[in-house]
Design a binder for this molecule. Structure first.
Ligand SMILES: Nc1ncnc2c1ncn2[C@@H]1O[C@H](COP(=O)(O)OP(=O)(O)OP(=O)(O)O)[C@@H](O)[C@H]1O
Length: 281
């Protein structure tokens, strides 16, 4: 396939980004956006510059998770400037989401494929990310128009690969297989599987109980011969952090570091970085 002018534009836009990681899931509601949020905050806590692109056009939830729903994307002469998240650390975090372009929380768009494709193309070519260590791309569940579109836009950009998120109760070989087949088809390396909502952390004694069973994600990783990145328990403190962050005097990052999932995400990130994927820039 020949490279077009628009491919060149995207390559230029992404030129200063060292690593591009997509977050995928076979089903909705398994915690893809939460995993994206926590990966981004953990990388920031480690001092990295992180950008997050939310291409879940029908249900963008990341502006709420980062507590910046009331902010807007700034349109400069050079292009769209991502919305900064005040993390209060050495790293930095910025977000682009369709959520910023909607009128109010809970609004959603009902668009046909070509319009979604055009929006994603604009996100890929018009956003001025600048220098980033990591760009995380949060996708909708399944394999839809958005996935096909992002794969097309990234075909010359050499992303690191994809994290597949699943849950113990939702673990269906068929769902994960679909995601794996999609990645193979579009040449996305599978960085690994994360099993989210794997057990419940008691807010009083911090003990973890396997209410939905666990271990299915690991079995699936073995079955499909892809890395297993780790399991993330249900942590009521994480939900509380999302709900109370705007009323707190603490920075988002401090709130997050004090919640118990931070260490788990450090291990997940180590399991990715140990794969030694070369920097793109
Ligand atoms: N490990 C966790 N501990 C506690 N709550 C969690 C955890 N993971 C996800 N949640 C909560 O579960 C809900 C669904 O999570 P999330 O929005 O991340 O899922 P999703 O897969 O991105 O959903 P969608 O399919 O709508 O894009 C959210 O309210 C989130 O706060």
């Amino acid at each position: 396939m020949e490279k077009t002018n628009s491919d060149d534009e995207i390559t230029r836009t992404l030129a200063q980004i060292k690593h591009i990681i997509l977050i995928l899931s076979g089903k909705g509601g398994v915690g893809k956006s939460s995993v994206t949020t926590q990966t981004a905050l953990t990388l920031c806590a480690q001092g990295f510059k992180v950008g997050v692109l939310d291409i879940d056009l029908t249900g963008p939830s990341l502006p709420r998770m980062f507590g910046i729903e009331d902010k807007s994307i700034y349109q400069s002469e050079e292009g769209w400037i991502p919305v900064p998240v005040d993390v209060g650390s050495e790293g930095s975090l910025s977000l682009i989401s369709l959520g910023f372009l909607l009128n109010s929380r809970g609004d959603s768009v009902v668009w046909r494929g070509p319009k979604k494709t055009a929006m994603i193309k604009q996100f890929m070519s018009d956003v001025k990310w600048g220098q980033l260590d990591y760009l995380l791309i949060d996708t909708p569940p399944g394999t839809s128009d958005e996935h096909i579109s992002i794969a097309e836009q990234l075909r010359w950009s050499n992303p690191d690969g994809a994290i597949i998120v699943t849950t113990p109760q939702g673990i269906s070989t068929a769902d994960v297989k679909k995601e794996i087949n999609f990645c193979k088809k579009v040449n996305f390396k599978i960085l690994g599987i994360v099993e989210n909502m794997s057990g419940f952390i008691c807010p009083y004694c911090a003990e973890c109980t396997n209410i939905f069973s666990s271990g299915g994600g690991k079995k699936l990783a073995e079955e499909f011969d892809v890395p297993y990145l780790g399991n993330v328990p249900i942590d009521p403190k994480f939900v509380e952090m999302i709900e109370t962050q705007d009323k707190s005097n603490e920075t988002l990052l401090n709130l997050y570091i004090n919640a118990s999932l931070y260490q788990i995400f450090q291990t997940i990130i180590k399991n990715i970085t140990d794969q030694n994927i070369p920097s793109r820039s």
